[in-house]
Design a protein around this ligand. Structure first.
Ligand SMILES: Nc1ncnc2c1ncn2[C@@H]1O[C@H](COP(=O)(O)OP(=O)(O)OP(=O)(O)O)[C@@H](O)[C@H]1O
Ligand SMILES: [Mg+2]
Length: 305
């Protein structure tokens, strides 16, 4: 368990923050506060009436099936997709006012890795919020980027083009880019997807250290078995917020069934997992696979149709 006793105590005090928001549009006590958020693609709601309250200093997992709207939620919070309705604040302020205090690691499948740039340059880009886009990074900035690469074990790849890295290495470079920002709130979209066990441990350790330093770390996570050991706060999402709060309160069989539509199995030690999809014709379900969703009427839960 990575959670420190102090963070365990602290998060008890935040349990009230998990209750449905009652007209608190700009909530400065919360690291992330979302109220009445609906997002639609082509008139079809993929997030519906979302209220989200993430207190500062927690390591929060956003969990739900493929197509549940997890990436869309993060993109809406960061102003990358336009909501149909809703209010969003980070530390009580709109994102555009706290941009430099927010780090973001996008889902790997959504990044154009052919972009011709070196590992070191990608990490330095994380500093542009602090130095401005039109100033050249100086020695201090370059050193910061090198330090961040060292933290994720990628210092030997600094001069390499990002297109010439493995998936797990690319993921670590993006983590380094978020680290140099020295943000207060970090959003990471499936940072552990497709990395080996050693890299996963390294990433979890770095994120835990950020949390212990008082930062808020919000992670889209796909592995139910590690939710309780990695995270202290949990948001279960499937188009709507199914449940949110301290992980020990929220990680229950009923809540997980409500999120995954009954497609979970109980393991011996009280953890849950999702069974592998049954083999059949057509492509295997995975991130981004949503052929069945095109005909679905709004707002429906992903994979419950
Ligand atoms: N740019 C887009 N245009 C139209 N529909 C989209 C777009 N992006 C996402 N969607 C749809 O919105 C829904 C939510 O997608 P989103 O990527 O947020 O899900 P997710 O929970 O992150 O899934 P995954 O676990 O596969 O990453 C899906 O049905 C998806 O097909
Ligand atoms: Mg996603």
């Amino acid at each position: 368990m990575l959670m420190s006793p102090s963070s365990r105590r602290r998060r008890q005090g935040y349990a009230a923050a998990a209750r449905p928001a009652a007209a608190r549009l700009h909530e400065p006590r919360l690291a992330a506060h979302v109220e009445d958020l609906t997002v639609s693609y082509h008139d079809k709601p993929v997030l519906f009436d979302i209220d989200l309250n993430v207190p500062p200093g927690v390591m929060c997992a956003i969990v739900g099936p493929n197509g549940a709207g997890k990436s869309t939620l993060i993109k809406a919070i960061l102003g990358l997709v336009k909501p149909t309705s809703g209010h969003i604040t980070l530390h009580g302020l709109p994102y555009r006012q706290v941009r430099a205090r927010v780090g973001y690691v996008p889902q790997r499948s959504t990044v154009d890795w052919d972009f011709p740039t070196t590992v070191h340059d990608v990490v330095t880009m994380g500093l542009y919020g602090q130095i401005g886009w039109f100033k050249r990074p100086g020695r201090r900035e370059r050193e910061k980027a090198s330090e961040a690469l060292k933290m994720v074990g990628m210092q030997d790849f600094a001069r390499r083009q990002i297109s010439q890295l493995s998936g797990g290495q690319q993921q670590r470079v993006f983590l380094a880019r978020a680290l140099v920002q020295e943000a207060d709130v970090y959003f990471l979209d499936e940072p552990m997807a497709g990395v080996d066990a050693t890299t996963e441990r390294a990433i979890v350790k770095i994120l835990g250290a950020l949390r212990d330093a008082g930062k808020t770390v919000i992670v889209v996570h796909h592995d139910l078995q590690t939710v309780r050991s990695y995270f202290d706060w949990l948001v279960l999402l499937n188009v709507r917020v199914i449940a949110q709060g301290p992980v020990d309160d929220i990680y229950t069989a009923d809540n997980l069934r409500a999120t995954y539509g009954g497609q979970i199995a109980l393991l011996e030690h009280g953890d849950f997992t999702r069974p592998a999809p049954a083999p059949g014709p057509g492509p295997a379900p995975g991130p981004g696979f949503d052929a069945q969703k095109e005909d679905a009427g709004p707002p429906q839960a992903a994979e419950a149709r």
